[in-house]
Ligand binder design. Structure first.
Ligand code: AMP
Length: 282
C-alpha cells in the first residue's frame, strides 16, 4: 500500500492507473477506523481494480466550537487496517496542502443542507461537498462508497454528483452497529460509561417508530411523540437535537408516512453528538 500525502502525488498515481486501463474506487474517511469504515473498504475493494482511501479530518466541515481539535486520531493503526484490507493507496494530506490560505471556492447543495444536521451545523455540508468534490477531482473514481449512517451526507453527495454530471457512481452501505444496536461512530469514544450504556436507546426509539408504522400508524406527530416519550424515559442522559421524518431523497419534512419515509435524529450525549436514522417503510 502506498501512503501519499500531497494532492499532486495522489492525482498522478490515479492518472497513471487510469492510463493503464484500471478502474478506481474511492472511500473518503476521517480515520479512527471501526467496523463501519472497514465494511466500506471491503465492499469498495470488490468494485474496482484499484482502491483509494482518503484519511483527512477536514477542517472545513467543522464549525466554530465543534470538535475539530478533539476528533480522535490514530493514523498508524488506521494505516495498518487499510493495508490489511487491500487498499492500494491511502491519501493522508494535511489541511495546509488541501486548502490554500486564500481558498475561496465552495460547493454547496443548500436545499438539502438546511434541515436535519444542517440546522445545527450550518457550514458542515458545504465543507463536506467541497472536500468530496476535491477528492473526486484528485482520484477520478469510477465509484465512491459512503455509509447510510450519514444519510443526509449521502443524499447531498448523490445530488451534487447528479447536478454537476460527475462521472462517478455513488454507492451507499448499510449502517454497521454494535451488538446492542448503537451505530458505530468514531465519536462514540467521547461518551462516559453511563452515557454509553444508555446510547442504544437512540436506536430503540427509531425501532419503536418503525414498529408503529408496521401496525398502521402514519401520523408523523404521533410517531415522533412516541419516540421522544420513550427517550425521556430510557435515555435521560440524551438531549435530542432533532427528530424528523423526511422524504429519503428530497429530505423534505413529511406530515404523514407514505411510500418512502426516513426518520432521522441527532442526540447529544455529554460531549458526543450522535446521529442515526431508519427507513420507516422498508
Ligand atoms: P467518517 O470517517 O466518520 O467521516 O466516515 C467515513 C465514511 O464511513 C462515511 O461514508 C460514513 O457514512 C461511513 N460510516 C461511518 N460510520 C458508519 C457505520 N457505523 N456504518 C457504515 N458506514 C459508516
Amino acid at each position: 500500500m502506498q501512503i501519499l500525502k500531497t494532492p499532486q502525488d495522489i492525482q498522478s498515481q490515479c492518472r497513471k492507473w487510469r492510463d493503464d486501463g484500471a478502474s478506481v474506487a474511492l472511500v473518503p474517511t476521517m480515520g479512527y477506523y471501526h467496523a463501519g469504515h472497514m465494511d466500506l473498504m471491503r465492499h469498495a475493494r470488490t468494485l474496482a481494480d484499484k482502491l483509494v482511501v482518503s484519511l483527512f479530518v477536514n477542517p472545513a466541515q467543522f464549525g466554530p466550537g465543534e470538535d475539530l481539535a478533539a476528533y480522535p486520531r490514530d493514523s498508524e493503526r488506521d494505516a495498518a487496517i487499510a493495508r490489511d484490507l487491500g487498499v492500494d493507496a491511502l491519501f493522508t494530506p494535511t489541511p495546509e496542502v488541501m486548502y490554500a490560505p486564500d481558498h475561496a471556492t465552495w460547493v454547496a447543495v443548500p436545499d438539502l443542507a438546511r434541515g436535519l444536521c444542517g440546522a445545527a451545523r450550518p457550514v458542515h455540508f458545504r465543507g463536506v461537498c467541497t472536500v468530496v468534490l476535491k477528492l473526486f477531482m484528485l482520484t477520478s473514481p469510477d465509484v465512491a462508497v459512503f455509509g447510510r449512517k450519514d444519510w443526509q451526507q449521502l443524499a447531498i453527495i448523490r445530488r451534487m454528483a447528479r447536478d454537476l454530471n460527475l462521472p462517478v457512481r455513488i454507492e451507499g452501505r448499510p449502517t454497521v452497529r454494535e451488538e446492542d444496536g448503537l451505530a458505530l461512530s468514531s465519536r462514540n469514544v467521547y461518551m462516559t460509561p453511563e452515557e454509553r450504556a444508555q446510547a442504544p436507546e437512540i436506536r430503540n426509539g427509531l425501532l419503536l417508530a418503525r414498529e408503529m408504522v408496521r401496525r398502521g400508524e402514519r401520523r408523523v406527530p404521533l410517531l415522533t411523540q412516541a419516540v421522544l416519550h420513550r427517550w425521556a424515559e430510557h435515555l435521560p442522559l440524551g438531549r435530542p437535537d432533532y427528530l424528523s421524518v423526511v422524504h429519503p431523497e428530497s429530505l423534505e419534512p413529511l406530515d404523514a408516512v407514505g411510500d418512502a419515509a426516513l426518520m432521522a435524529c441527532a442526540v447529544r450525549m455529554g460531549k458526543a453528538r450522535l446521529i442515526d436514522n431508519i427507513l420507516l417503510t422498508a
